[in-house]
Design a protein around this ligand. Structure first.
Ligand SMILES: C[S@@+](CC[C@H](N)C(=O)[O-])C[C@H]1O[C@@H](n2cnc3c(N)ncnc32)[C@H](O)[C@@H]1O
Length: 230
């Protein structure tokens, strides 16, 4: 969770706002799919409106998505119904206080919803040999806003948390994309959708300061991981 200046971004939840890049999801999905999911039950932690769950449903026997946001779960159910999927279930549950054992999952995934509490629960719920694939915010995500998310991971931290919970890492990579701008205005335009949220915790002002001080970048950085329960 450490890095060079400007300091790290911060966030109100382990699943900080904006959905991540197609790149990190594009990296994660094949790591999950190679697990031969057709006879497997998958648990998608922090499923939101079911984006990842709906993508995996045709590949697996059954998929359960959990999220603490009841509105998002309702939307996930509607989307699954509209898609004609009959092997999905969506449950309102706080992923950091509830347990996953009841879902009897063979594989657990999480896309931009990660914390030590989630890793601990995945470790308790998965049997030996079972897979855990996720994307977390990396420590450098939005570093230009001057604060780092308390839910962001660096490599060493992810390695420690996974080892402590009985996982052997098979894949760990940082997916880092840096947008560059020709002007302050371009930089502001690139983050305009984040403006309202960033204003609530000071990140917007630090980002403006960064641009006005000559900075011309916006970094998105995700940690993509696949680990297996020992
Ligand atoms: C960035 S969104 C990602 C949603 C989904 N995985 C996707 O890729 O579209 C993060 C999701 O995690 C959920 N979340 C955050 N903290 C949670 C918690 N403690 N328990 C359950 N869900 C949580 C949020 O409600 C949100 O739907």
């Amino acid at each position: 969770m450490r890095g060079s200046s400007p300091p790290r971004p911060t966030a109100p939840s382990p699943a900080e706002g904006v959905a991540g890049s197609a790149t990190s999801l594009d990296t994660l999905l094949p790591l999950l799919a190679r697990e031969q999911l057709e006879d497997k039950v998958v648990l998608d932690v922090g499923t939101g409106s079911g984006r990842v769950a709906l993508a995996l449903a045709p590949l697996c026997r059954r998929i359960v998505g959990i999220d603490r946001d009841a509105g998002a779960i309702e939307e996930a159910r509607s989307r699954a119904a509209r898609a004609g999927l009959t092997n999905t279930e969506f449950v309102v549950l706080d992923a950091e206080t509830g347990e996953y054992t009841e879902f009897a999952s063979d594989l657990i995934t999480a896309y931009l919803c990660m914390s030590d509490a989630i890793i601990e629960r995945a470790g308790r719920a998965l049997g030996p040999g079972r897979g855990f694939g996720f994307v977390a915010f990396h420590e450098d995500h939005w570093l230009e806003t001057g604060r780092r998310s308390r839910f962001a991971y660096d490599r060493a931290q992810a390695e420690r948390a996974l080892a402590a919970n009985g996982f052997a890492i098979e894949h760990l990579e940082v997916d880092r994309r840096v947008q560059t701008f020709g002007s302050v205005e371009e930089g502001l335009a690139a983050a305009v959708a984040l403006q309202e949220r960033w204003k609530t915790d000071g990140r917007w002002f630090r980002y403006v300061e960064f641009l006005e001080g000559g900075g011309r970048t916006l970094t998105r950085s995700h940690l993509v991981c696949f680990a297996r329960r020992r």
